[in-house]
Design a protein around this ligand. Structure first.
Ligand SMILES: Cc1ncc(COP(=O)(O)O)c(C=O)c1O
Length: 456
């Protein structure tokens, strides 16, 4: 019936929009990937899900939100010379686009990593996701600027670029993260084509989805390349806190002597994702032709004022209170959680070894062994796609994320990502048992198909 209605109208006269008239990003499988995973999880509520990279909600059962708000409000009153009443009202009003807890963040960065930036160089964002959107928007001028990403990568960065019509160049990740020579080659190719790679998105610590860590020497070489190529490095520090205390590496921002790094952070994994608080450190100077000099953070705050206006003051005060409680140290906040996550990751790797290791390699099943982060990447001898996920969920009650969702230029069609963060150790054990049964059945089935006479 709908097909018989005039264009732009459904049978009952209501406006009908054509998908091809909407923004192209909506047809991009990258943007659909998260929705698809959530939809599968909703259809199989009893399945054990290794899909979400979300923090374990049980870690927040004891969170006293009111006490954290009070702590942060007391800080607002002290640091701004306000009455208790005026400080409390800050929670309920519009707030500066730049943020309310910038001083705490600047102090934490100085204390933890020796990163010395004024609080004005920080913008508090609605999660790291908004920071990605603002940074890509500010840095890339159409039509010649491109964003390079280390692929596979977090869907949110490529999605933000697609949304902004900024072309994305995928630089395939090596075993130890981004390969500096590959970035250099990509810059050269772009230049030869009259384009410019304006920025590179890189997550040096336990990247999502691969779990790779960029070594110290590679970090230094990447910074040198950034200087030579006038490249901005957009550093995503989300999972750095999960490193063991003796294995922590300095962030690119801490090593950056020339202002080539814009740093993104989030409280989603350190504290709670529901607060939706992240931040961006952008202390680069922006000069205009008239001699006016502003910080890149000023420009980002201007953009933010027409995107989300400000980050929720209540959300900021909850994480601000948690930061104050941890002695104004992101590292201390991280240490309170990182043991738990390393333990979860060890449980996952141990369960995989016990359930799968005997015989895995012989049938083409393998996985990496990251020392931190939330994710394990597994290779299978069969195509890993939506149909396989559906079978895994419906027949074996176990969910995971196809790696192809994280590949920007295509790829990852024989891999999946397992996340340890959302599950309790007992669930991890049960989930890996289910995964093992699923893999045995799937690989046997494939073998049977291959061996079956074709009849031709
Ligand atoms: C690498 C990475 N960066 C950023 C984010 C998003 O952070 P937020 O929830 O603060 O937007 C995630 C969330 O999964 C992530 O994995």
């Amino acid at each position: 019936v709908v097909g018989q209605a005039p264009a732009g109208m459904s049978g009952d006269g209501a406006l009908q929009l054509a998908a091809e008239d909407l923004h192209e990003a909506l047809q991009d499988p990258l943007l659909g990937a998260l929705g698809f995973l959530n939809e599968v999880m909703a259809r199989y509520p009893d399945a054990i899900s290794f899909a979400p990279g979300a923090p374990n909600p049980a870690l927040l059962d004891e969170l006293d939100v009111a006490a954290q708000l009070d702590r942060c409000v007391a800080h607002f009153a002290r640091s701004r010379g306000l009455s208790a009443r005026a400080a409390r009202r800050m929670l309920f009003e519009y707030a500066p686009s730049r943020g309310l807890i910038n001083d705490l963040l600047a102090e934490a960065l100085r204390r933890d990593e020796g990163i010395d930036v004024p609080s004005d160089a920080i913008v508090v964002t609605v999660g790291a996701q908004e920071a990605m959107l603002l940074v890509v928007r500010a840095l890339c001028r159409a039509p010649d600027d491109m964003l390079a990403v280390v692929s596979p990568c977090f869907v949110g960065i490529a999605g933000a670029a697609r949304l902004l019509d900024v072309p994305v160049i995928a630089i395939d990740e090596g075993e130890h993260g981004v390969e500096v020579a590959a970035v250099e080659a990509a810059c050269r190719r772009a230049r030869a084509g009259g384009k410019r790679i304006r920025a590179l998105y890189v997550a040096p610590d336990f990247s999502n989805p691969s779990g790779t860590v960029l070594g110290l020497d590679a970090r230094r070489r990447l910074l040198e390349l950034a200087r030579r190529e006038h490249l901005v490095l957009i550093e995503d520090c989300t999972y750095g806190f999960t490193a063991a205390p003796d294995a922590e590496l300095p962030s690119l921002k801490a090593l950056d002597a020339t202002g080539h790094v814009v740093m993104l952070g989030t409280f989603a994994k350190l504290c709670l994702p529901g607060a939706r608080v992240g931040f961006v450190v952008a202390d680069q100077v922006v000069a205009d032709g008239g001699g006016t000099r502003r910080l890149l953070a000023d420009e980002l705050a201007t953009l933010k004022s027409v995107v989300t206006v400000n980050t929720s003051p209540i959300g900021q005060a909850v994480v601000g209170g948690m930061l104050l409680e941890a002695g104004c140290s992101l590292a201390a906040l991280g240490r309170m959680r990182s043991r738990t996550y390393r333990h979860r990751l060890a449980s996952l790797l141990d369960a995989l070894d016990r359930h799968l290791l005997p015989g895995a390699a012989a049938v083409g099943v393998s996985w990496n062994r990251p020392a931190g982060g939330f994710f394990v990447r597994m290779r299978l001898p069969v195509p890993v796609d939506a149909a396989l996920l559906e079978r895994s969920a419906s027949q074996f009650g176990v969910l995971w994320a196809p790696m192809s969702s994280f590949h920007v230029g295509g790829g990852g069609h024989d891999e999946l990502r397992l996340s340890c963060s959302y599950l309790e150790p007992a669930e991890i054990e049960e989930g890996v048992g289910r995964l093992s049964r699923f893999l045995h059945a799937t690989i046997r089935r494939e073998d049977a198909h291959r061996d079956a006479p074709t009849g031709r």
